[in-house]
Design a protein around this ligand. Structure first.
Ligand code: GLU
Length: 423
């Protein structure tokens, strides 16, 4: 399960950040203002109450959300997160990011997001299963293989997706693997899906370094967050010869000047539950990790961690956003002023949803593709999207974040305009 440190940014501030970037893209691309007003509001919001009976007979109530932002380019698509601070604004912001992420990669999907305000770290597996099944039941009327296809996000994983698939299938009276992606491989999951987001971060980081003339071999990289995204990004980047000098998790950070052995660090985290105490590494604070003298910094946990103050201390030349929304608007401005090359979230972490797309196609056709095929197709799509963003950046003389937003908001706006408003 992926994860990170406590939330820095409120849901409201996060939504404002996303809306600001959409508004800017609308202005830059000369899209009519009424299209912005249309895209500002999700098409459907569902809020559900999830009561759970604990072993001792006590009942707890959790709040769950599914926000379906836009289906102009295809069925809604997006993950479900379990996190204590989940609220409607946060889920709405994330649903909007999914719309633009899918558009940036030219995937035939719209955008949605789900969330349950709970802390899986303090719940038993049985309780997580009950929350998942009850939540799925409550949203079963608005999801479906051609309607809305959920996936994993922060603190949810393949096992949670299997429960979603099973609950939905039981309700329909037949197996419907194509209702959800990110399932275990032996249950219709896609080879390489688990590593896909981290792999995509690695590919876009490689492309950014190539563009800037930074040799990836020996490049120093610091990664905040060592969950699903951070750990696989670390693994793939170190396989390409980069030196992962620091990583963090929710308990703290570790540093090694010579570079951490990522395979060993993954086993260490598996057996001890944290990256702390890794033999040969020094413990540092998360703040120190952000300030390290490195070529690449990868925030791969939660939104809003690179604030203005943090950005002022960043020394990296490339910031690749493995997480969704890790940089605040002010943080982004500071990084831009310092000429830091940002690989924006909806490009950097789009490997996950792209592999989800491959999983969905395989499920619909009852096919199973080998890992090499998946990773090769994924790499091609990521490289193409990266070069589309660079082209837009050059053409419009804007930064990478504006460029990716101009590209994706224009694609969504064109679909909305062409489809028209009915009746
Ligand atoms: N939760 C992931 C994201 O934010 C994956 C979404 C998906 O695969 O649908 O992109």
């Amino acid at each position: 399960m992926s994860g990170g440190d406590g939330q820095v940014l409120s849901g409201k501030a996060f939504l404002e950040t996303v809306l600001k970037s959409v508004k800017k893209a609308v202005e830059l691309a000369n899209i009519p203002q009424d299209i912005y007003e249309f895209l500002k509001i999700p098409k459907r919001i569902v809020i559900v109450s999830i009561p759970i009976k604990h072993k001792d007979g006590k009942i707890s109530n959790y709040i769950g959300y599914r926000v379906q932002h836009s289906d102009a380019l295809g069925p809604y698509k997006g993950g479900i997160r379990y996190y204590p601070t989940v609220d409607l604004d946060e889920v709405t912001a994330l649903a909007m990011l999914m719309t633009y992420k899918c558009a940036a990669l030219s995937l035939p999907f719209g955008g949605a997001k789900g969330g349950v305000a709970c802390n899986p770290k303090t719940l038993s597996l049985e309780e997580i299963e009950r929350i998942t099944r009850r939540y799925t039941h409550m949203i079963s009327d608005i999801i479906g293989p051609y309607v809305d296809i959920p996936a994993p996000d922060v603190y949810t994983d393949a096992r949670v997706m299997a429960w979603i698939m099973d609950t939905y299938s039981q309700l329909k009276g037949r197996q419907v693997p194509e209702v959800v992606t990110g399932k275990p491989v032996y249950l219709g999951g896609c080879e390489g899906r688990e590593e896909a987001t981290g792999f995509g971060v690695c590919i876009t980081t490689r492309e950014a370094c190539k563009l800037l003339g930074i040799p990836l071999k020996g490049a120093r990289i610091a990664i905040q967050g060592f969950g699903n995204v951070g750990s696989y990004a670390a693994l793939h980047l170190s396989n390409l010869g980069a030196k992962i000098v620091a990583v963090s998790d929710s308990k703290g950070a570790v540093y090694s000047k010579e570079g951490l052995n990522i395979e060993r660090l993954i086993s260490h985290k598996k057996s001890t539950g944290t990256v702390l105490g890794f033999p040969g590494a020094t413990q540092i604070s998360e703040r120190e990790l952000f300030e390290l003298n490195v070529e690449v910094l990868i925030p791969a946990a939660i939104e809003g961690v690179i604030t203005k103050e943090v950005a002022e201390k960043v020394r990296a030349k490339v910031v690749a956003e493995g997480a969704n929304g890790p940089t605040t608007t002010e943080g982004s401005l500071v990084l831009q002023e310092k000429e830091v090359f940002i690989v924006p979230d909806i490009l950097a972490n789009a490997g996950g949803v792209t592999a989800s797309y491959f999983e969905w196609i395989q499920n619909l056709q009852r096919e199973h593709w080998p890992r090499d095929t998946v990773l090769k197709m994924l790499e091609e799509k990521m490289v193409k999207a990266f070069s589309d963003v660079v082209d837009t950046m050059k053409k419009m003389e804007v930064g990478t974040r504006d460029a990716v937003m101009v590209l994706s908001v224009s694609r969504v706006a064109l679909a909305v305009q062409t489809l028209g408003i009915w009746p």
